[in-house]
Design a protein around this ligand. Structure first.
Ligand code: NAD
Length: 462
């Protein structure tokens, strides 16, 4: 079967075609991965790092090609696609460097003459399953730590935007040993078949909560280690700011970058009553100034949504909010210069209650819900009243407000006086329904996910 990819900015254009992987091939791919992994694990780690470094160099040299594929297939602007590629390569280089850090610990033994210590070994064969919104970012965030710690990876790109992963596979030829990095392509059926095939030692999944639950069930059947990075309903709490304009710029960017299709996008602004009107007006002004269109064109600040289905999903959220009594203050529909692409204007929603769908569920599009609050306690109560816990940000210069936020905001990543953009060399983590057993990006949990722990008791003689 062939997968055809259409340009979301001009859906009549087919921009790429790919061959779908036959699920019947999966056991053979896993067997090939296992045999290649055994040899790869014996390569000294710094040498593995150097080999991966050459792969990253080859990808860096193809930055423009990768970025263009991303824009053509999933729609983000070319500047965003180049930014994603550069950031992903930076994250990957930090992951290589971090793998040279100490692993394991020496412990006092209860037994005379015994040296007790832990060692960590590569876990084995890892499946990586990726969403479409960061077509180079998520695949590199999985493949590079997997390989540098001595594993083999079978990576499934999203069926909506596989171009960057195809370039990763092409660039790996002649650099990475055969079998340690294999890519497969297909939709949910292939993903389910992969996670259900016996022989995987770990599954690293990024995507929606609904799919994450299915992947967790499959991992349980396979007794494979699991890392899930899932959705978010991320709040910005705007309490006070000497420079309100600067705060609004950051909140706007956090909400509408990549057309709001970021797991870390701000989708709710909780704003102190005394500055609520100024904040809402400022966000509306910014939304109305956006230039929505084909991400390849100069001057476009927001590209289309990834697909017709996703456009319908996002519009559905806005329509149901309107029907429930919320007020759509900007956007709410297609921009007037719609050219048949899956465009949706940046949308500001107000006058809703925290129990409404728009306040609780992930929209994953350019829709920002703004709600005033009375006190810090009230703000955190609203912020925490969702099932997700990925990232949150607070704008305040008051120490007690900051302290309360840092101890009580239920999210994995906490930003104070900054937007919800993660850095390259740090852990990427979530709580509640946003993550399980995380191992993404660059943290201790990454090392733990991609290696297994072994306890050694060593004596010179009996
Ligand atoms: P999705 O869950 O629909 O699909 C993700 C991947 O899973 C795709 O490759 C898909 O083919 C595959 N898949 C589908 N059904 C499967 C099954 N039964 N078994 C195995 N694999 C299956 O998600 P999406 O629409 O591609 O991406 C959007 C979601 O991803 C949003 O919820 C977003 O918040 C989340 N996301 C999270 C992060 C993070 O790091 N926390 C990053 C990016 C995106």
């Amino acid at each position: 079967m062939t997968i055809e990819i259409r340009n979301p900015a001009k859906p009549s254009d087919i921009v790429a075609t790919y061959s779908e992987t036959d699920p019947a091939a999966l056991p053979g791919l896993i067997a090939a991965a296992r045999s290649a992994q055994q040899a790869w694990a014996r390569v000294p780690q710094p040498e593995r790092g150097a080999i991966i470094g050459r792969w990253l160099d080859a990808l860096a040299a193809r930055t423009d090609e990768i970025a263009r594929a991303i824009t053509l297939e999933m729609g983000k602007t070319l500047a965003e696609a180049k930014g994603e590629t550069g950031k992903s390569l930076s994250e990957a280089r930090y992951a290589v460097a971090r793998a040279a850090n100490p692993m394991g610990e020496v412990l006092p033994s209860q037994r005379p003459g015994t040296l007790a210590y832990t060692i960590r070994r590569p876990r084995g064969v890892i499946a990586g399953i990726c969403p479409w919104n960061f077509p180079i970012g998520t695949p590199l965030r999985k493949a590079v730590p997997a390989l540098v710690y001595g594993n083999a990876m079978i990576l499934k790109a999203s069926e909506l935007a596989p171009g960057a992963v195809a370039i990763m596979a092409d660039a790996a030829r002649g650099i990475l040993p055969d079998g340690i990095f294999q890519t497969v392509l297909g939709g949910g059926g292939l993903g389910a078949a992969l996670t259900d095939t016996p022989g995987l030692d770990g599954i690293s999944f990024t995507g929606s909560v609904a799919t994450g639950r299915k992947v967790a069930e499959a991992a349980a059947r396979n007794l494979a280690e699991i890392s899930l990075e899932l959705g978010g309903k991320n709040p910005a709490i705007l309490n006070d700011a000497t420079d309100l304009d600067a705060a609004l710029n950051q909140i706007y960017a956090s909400a509408f970058a990549v057309s709001g299709q970021r797991c870390t996008a701000v989708s709710r602004v909780l704003v102190a009553q005394d500055i609520a009107q100024r904040a809402i007006d400022g966000l509306i002004t910014r939304a109305e100034a956006a230039r929505v269109g084909d991400g390849l064109e100069d001057g476009i600040t927001m590209g289309p949504l990834v697909s017709a289905d996703h456009l319908q999903t996002v519009s559905g959220f806005v329509e149901r909010a309107r029907a429930a009594g919320a007020v759509i203050r900007a956007g709410g529909d297609m921009p007037t210069h719609n050219t048949g692409g899956y465009f949706h204007a940046p949308t500001i929603v107000t006058d809703f209650t925290p129990d409404m769908e728009i306040a609780r569920e992930e929209v994953f599009g350019p829709v920002l819900a703004v709600i005033p609050y009375q006190s810090t306690e009230h703000a955190l109560e609203i912020a925490n009243a969702v099932s997700f816990g990925l990232t949150s940000c607070l704008y305040s210069e008051r120490e007690p407000v900051i302290d309360t936020f840092l101890s009580e905001s239920q999210s994995g990543m906490l930003h104070v006086n900054g937007g919800t953009f993660p850095e390259d060399h740090v852990p990427f983590v979530g709580v509640k329904a946003s993550a399980l057993g995380v191992g993404g990006s660059n943290g201790a949990s990454t090392q733990h996910f991609f290696t297994s722990e072994h306890m050694v008791y060593r004596k010179a003689r009996v």
